[in-house]
Design a protein around this ligand. Structure first.
Ligand SMILES: NC(=O)c1ccc[n+]([C@@H]2O[C@H](COP(=O)([O-])OP(=O)(O)OC[C@H]3O[C@@H](n4cnc5c(N)ncnc54)[C@H](OP(=O)(O)O)[C@@H]3O)[C@@H](O)[C@H]2O)c1
Length: 290
């Protein structure tokens, strides 16, 4: 085990960044520096150059992202500035300053035409501006970074920020009726599980000599309807839930109908086991975190 690694986390007030902060106590041998937009805006290249040159980091985990999928449809420039060009700059610096870059990407890079899990060798084909910006971010890392991990994840939820899980839970607690799509299939991923896995595999991942893509989500498969039903049942606030089709919602961005990811590569390379999504959900609901 490598000790004393200096690691910078960007976008650290978001779901994954906050989960990394929470998990950090289990990894006292890492020197973790957490920054969000105010301390380090990753779209301001000169500030990023100065911060990284002064910091001599061994690794950077980029949790910053433009994650408003529908808003991105009318703010292409904003989505690309953060999800593609800023990532390209980090990738360039990772080669220049020789740090290992971990970049978080998404299942939405796939178009959902398959009906068996997507592997890392499947060709991305983005359906939305958000997805194109993330795909471009991946390409930038593949082109410009010497040592990097692109970690694609899906349907992140947590006790932090705003997310589907919290919205549904609040509605259930308020006794509201739910209408949730049943024609999009993927896998919910508890950000706390992803954060733990990331910190656990990081020292070995840093031995990777070229940019590599890995998939990480919780185990199992669900529709958003299934996810909502489980939140409502397991929380003890059973809510009437109507399954609806995607076209019945006014969302601007097109989502893949199927985006389950195959996680064999990350499991076999790093010897990790991944919790089943329902077990992680129950654990969170039974915790004092919410
Ligand atoms: N959420 C999902 O369902 C999902 C699914 C698959 C993949 N991902 C990917 O996973 C990563 C983490 O997602 P998340 O859910 O943790 O995102 P999040 O909760 O939206 O957090 C993103 C963070 O980035 C920060 N940020 C925004 N602009 C920035 C800038 N210019 N410089 C530095 N920080 C900036 C935000 O700060 P403010 O809050 O101050 O704006 C926020 O703290 C993203 O790359 C996302 O694309 C997410």
């Amino acid at each position: 085990m490598q000790k004393g690694l200096r690691i910078l986390i960007t976008g650290s007030n978001g779901q994954l960044g906050s989960s990394l902060k929470r998990a950090a106590g289990n990894y006292p041998y890492f020197h973790l520096t957490f920054t969000d937009m105010e301390e380090l805006d990753i779209t301001r290249f000169e500030a990023v150059d100065a911060f990284l040159k002064n910091g001599s980091f061994d690794a950077v985990i980029n949790c910053a992202g433009y994650t408003a999928v529908d808003k991105a449809e009318t703010d292409e420039a904003g989505a690309f500035r953060l999800n593609a060009y800023a990532v390209g700059h980090l990738a360039h610096l990772s080669s220049l300053l020789d740090f290992f870059l971990v970049h978080i990407s998404t299942d939405y890079v796939f178009d959902g035409q398959k009906n068996i899990p997507y592997s890392e060798t499947d060709q991305p084909s983005a359906l939305s501006v958000y997805a194109r910006s993330k795909m471009e971010g991946e390409n930038e890392v593949l082109k410009k970074a010497r040592r990097a991990m692109i970690l694609r994840t899906s349907w992140l939820y947590s006790e932090f920020g705003n997310n589907f899980f919290k919205t549904i839970l609040n509605k259930c607690r308020n006794g509201e009726k739910l209408r949730v799509v049943f024609d999009q299939t993927g896998t919910p991923t508890y950000a706390g599980d992803l954060a733990e896995a990331l910190l656990k595999i990081l020292p070995r991942a840093m031995e990777i000599k070229k940019p590599e893509i890995y998939h990480y989500s919780n185990e199992g498969v669900a529709s958003w309807y299934d996810f909502a039903r489980c939140i409502s049942i397991f929380s003890g606030y059973p809510a009437e839930t109507e399954p609806i089709r995607t076209h019945m919602l006014p969302n601007r961005a097109v989502r893949p109908a199927y985006s389950v990811m195959d996680k064999s590569k990350i499991k076999s390379c790093f010897g990790i086991t991944i919790p089943f999504w329902q077990e992680s959900l129950i654990k969170l609901l039974n915790s004092d975190k919410i």
